[in-house]
Design a protein around this ligand. Structure first.
Ligand code: PBG
Length: 326
């Protein structure tokens, strides 16, 4: 035998030398679910280990993450039903606790990198990402609402705006609105290839944000389509996105790979609530090793081409890396 691939696996030192993909805490983003009030820590049934946190307790969670090298956070608001309406007006109200939380986080930890969520669903009485009339999501009536939301978040001090709504033209619309209001340094991480996935279930439980009627298939992408991701990416890139995101992640590795090959800006992948809950559920039954399977999953997402991974396991992974280093 001329080629014996096992020779390059014969010791940990050699395996280290030839390791192709690296995963560190600096690649990871920790999602946080925020709730109004003080000293609140509400468990989320379908997302074990995650909680809805009030701002004071979220600050402690951020500190724990910073201590293990996770510096980026993506923030989602759990809004009381009585504050929701058709136009999602609470999303840009000066009373919005989510906007106040962004300010508080930046005051306490100026070094953190905060990513927002721009979509109507957590604030909408219809539970959809866009504005509805007669059962239809109206794209162009949604855009000004998204822009107001984005400007309010930029004013609060967010570092990166995260449009997750999948309306056409929203990246360009938001970019222009930000620039006109002086927020030329506020970045946009666009949910570029966001599929109409059943794996978002636990997230919608966490925020109580499931659609009241219908599904999201007229705006989120068909899981059967790959080339359509190129069209979405072309548009987002041309409209001024700073990052392109693929969502979900571990079951859409082909899409991550494709966008990484075709576009010169960073690719983010969102390892979503259902992907994470599966690992937790199997581990709870003693069927899988949670940490080992989490690491392998995140490594696969990196190997496919993701520069950045958003995962509910970010802190857990970073703690494990820190322990390994000693
Ligand atoms: C809101 C939004 C969703 C997720 C992120 N932003 C839910 C949805 O589109 O229904 C899902 C994240 C996850 O499942 O972890 N537009």
């Amino acid at each position: 035998m001329i080629q014996r691939p096992r020779r390059n696996r014969k010791s940990a030192a050699i395996r280290g030398l030839v390791e192709e993909t690296h995963l560190t805490a600096q690649h990871l983003v920790q999602p946080l679910f925020l709730v109004d009030g003080k000293n609140k820590k509400n468990a989320i049934k379908s997302l074990p280990s995650m909680h809805q946190l009030s701002t004071d307790l979220a600050l402690k969670e951020i500190e724990k993450c910073l201590n293990v090298g996770v510096k980026s956070f993506i923030l989602f608001p759990a809004v009381e039903e009585k504050l929701k309406n058709k136009n999602a007006t609470y999303s840009y109200s000066s009373k919005n606790f989510y906007l106040k939380a962004i300010k508080t986080f930046k005051q306490n930890f100026p070094e953190v990198n905060l990513i927002s969520d721009v979509a109507m669903d957590p604030y909408s009485s219809d539970g959809h990402d866009g504005y509805i009339e007669n059962g239809k999501i109206l794209n162009d009536k949604t855009l000004p609402i998204l822009a107001k939301m984005a400007i309010a978040q930029a004013e609060a001090g967010i570092d990166i705006i995260g449009p997750s709504d999948m309306m056409d033209g929203r990246v360009g619309y938001i970019r222009q609105a930000l620039d006109e209001n002086g927020f030329t340094d506020t970045s946009i991480m666009s949910y570029t290839a966001k599929y109409a996935s059943a794996f978002y279930g636990p997230f919608r439980d966490a925020l109580d944000s499931a659609p009241k009627a219908g599904d999201k298939k007229t705006y989120q992408m068909n899981p059967a389509n790959q080339r359509e991701a190129l069209l979405e990416a072309d548009l987002d890139f041309a409209e001024g996105a700073d990052f392109l995101m693929v969502k979900p992640a571990s079951i859409y590795l082909d899409i991550i790979h494709l966008l990484k090959q075709q576009f010169p800006i960073p690719i983010a992948a969102y390892h979503v609530s259902g992907e994470y809950a599966m690992l937790q559920a199997a581990a709870k039954n003693g069927w899988l090793d949670y940490m080992a399977c989490l690491e392998e999953t995140l490594l696969s997402i990196r190997r496919a081409g993701a520069d950045i991974i958003i995962t509910y396991g970010a802190k857990d992974m970073a703690i494990a890396f820190k322990k390994r280093k000693g």
